[in-house]
Design a protein around this ligand. Structure first.
Ligand code: SF4
Length: 459
């Protein structure tokens, strides 16, 4: 019997994506890895289409291709057969197996099936050269693509990292960047190199999802975090884990701390001046040196740009949506430029989101923005209209909202399907803040120009 007083509201246009999609992206950031979905072909096809349209790179996602009868009898045989096919056709270094709604609902015990598969390979003496098999539970009805991403990173560390006596990992730092763009990963690697800090960045999609043109098609793209480096992450001198919304006790960084005593620095995603300053402070203390002149100059230029931009953007109202940590970082950044975030929305539900938004806006904004978790574009649209937003900052799923309200959309995050080069968007660091600031100021100027009856040519 239905309960008319129930607060349940059906989803119209969710502000999130499928959980195993995030896991596939994390696995793509590992050397020689093939992401594998234990589920139906449709799931893999949808995810490939979504990922390729953003990154404009080939993206193979293998699948156990379950059909109706497997919903009754289980998918064990298909999973084993699928793994064999991938091993024979791709020769991977690692297969990352993510579950889907179907296999979580029917209750397939994937870790048990994987153990059985390894045993069978070993009995047939075919385990020589068997790839590393990592499995992760990603039922999409209980989370978002961001959670799927973090869960896969945690699984990689849990099932692979160690610290042997002769480890080559000593002296390195682990950098767990969260779900950021290939351009962001390249920036992090450049900064660590400039500080003289050898870093293991996990995952590393800087080449696997933004590679050069090649003469011949490669079944598995070059790049990714080296398997040997992941195995040694338990021996690193420090882990830096980025993302204020990481709320689970069992993050990859915490696991490395608890199991291998690798000290952990938990920081926000370094978007904007203050969050980037915090990131650079940690690097400075680890490297034992001052900020390299190149980055100090970029910081100075950014502050200069904040001053120059203030007269154009002060007290403009912005609606921000997307992945939790992206929204938190952008909120911190926009608030320090003088833009007032009026709605901060995410499709996820975490215990840390509200607290993190409060932390980054306290002492800088007169009022806390409206905070929406588990958000739906249908609801965001109604609120945005009422709050007279001047800017929308988020991924391309917000385009229809921006068009209807006639508000500029600054495209950030994932997915960006209606523009070119979205995966090369730099969000982090002083350089990323500079680029985003320029985009936002110009969007405000363009809107003003278009709305003007005289068409200002000088602003
Ligand atoms: S939401 Fe579930 S059914 Fe849909 S694509 Fe994702 S895993 Fe498959």
């Amino acid at each position: 019997m239905s309960d008319c007083s129930s607060p349940y509201v059906s989803t119209t246009n969710a502000c999130k994506l499928c959980k195993p999609l995030g896991a596939c992206l994390a696995f793509r950031g590992v050397e020689g890895a093939v992401p594998f979905l234990h589920g139906s072909q449709g799931c893999a096809t949808y995810m490939r289409r979504y990922i390729i349209s953003h990154f404009r790179e080939p993206m193979d996602i293998a699948s156990s291709s379950l059909g109706e009868k497997h919903a009754v009898y289980g998918g064990e045989a298909n999973l084993k057969q699928g793994l064999m096919n991938v091993i024979q056709k791709f020769g991977p270094r690692l297969i990352g197996v993510a579950t889907t709604c179907l296999t979580e609902t029917i209750g397939d015990d994937v870790p048990m099936i994987m153990r059985a598969f390894r045993r069978e390979m070993s009995a047939g003496q075919a385990d020589e050269g068997l790839p590393i098999l990592v499995d992760v539970a990603t039922p999409s009805y209980s989370g978002t693509h961001t959670e799927g991403f973090h869960t896969a990173v945690l699984a990689l560390i849990d099932q692979m990292a160690s610290c042997s006596g002769s480890s080559s990992g000593r002296g390195k730092i682990n950098l767990l960047p969260g779900f950021v763009s290939p351009a962001d990963i390249r920036y992090f690697k450049e900064v660590c190199a400039d500080f003289g800090l050898p870093a293991v960045v996990l995952p590393d999609i800087s080449e696997t999802l933004d590679g050069p043109a090649l003469e011949d098609y490669q079944k598995i793209p070059q790049g990714g975090t080296l398997v040997a480096e992941i195995k040694d992450m338990g021996c690193s001198r420090q882990t830096i884990e980025l993302g204020r919304a990481l709320y689970r006790h069992s993050t990859a960084g915490r696991l490395l701390q608890d199991r291998f005593q690798v000290p952990l620095s938990s920081l926000g995603t370094p978007i904007g001046l203050r969050e980037t300053d915090a990131f650079f402070e940690v690097l400075k203390s680890l490297a034992g040196c001052e900020i390299p002149i190149k980055h100090a100059t970029e910081r100075g230029r950014l502050i200069d740009a904040y001053v120059d931009a203030h007269k154009y953007i002060f007290d403009k109202h912005a609606l921000i949506y997307g992945e939790e940590d992206l929204v938190i970082g952008l909120t911190s950044f926009l608030a320090e430029t003088g833009i007032r975030p009026v709605i901060c929305a995410t499709g996820g539900k975490t215990a840390r989101f509200r607290e993190a938004i409060e932390d980054v806006t306290r002492d800088i904004l007169p009022d806390l923005p409206a905070i929406r978790e588990g958000a739906d574009f249908f609801d965001i649209a109604e609120e945005a209209e009422a709050l007279s937003a001047d800017l929308i900052v988020g991924h391309s799923k917000g385009y229809h909202l921006a068009r209807r309200l006639n508000i500029p959309l600054i495209r950030v995050g994932f997915p960006i399907h209606d523009r070119f080069g979205g995966h090369r968007t730099l969000h982090v660091g002083y350089r990323g803040a500079q680029r985003l600031l320029d985009c936002m100021v110009n969007a405000v100027l363009e809107k003003k120009q278009e709305a003007s009856s005289v068409g200002y040519g000088y602003m």
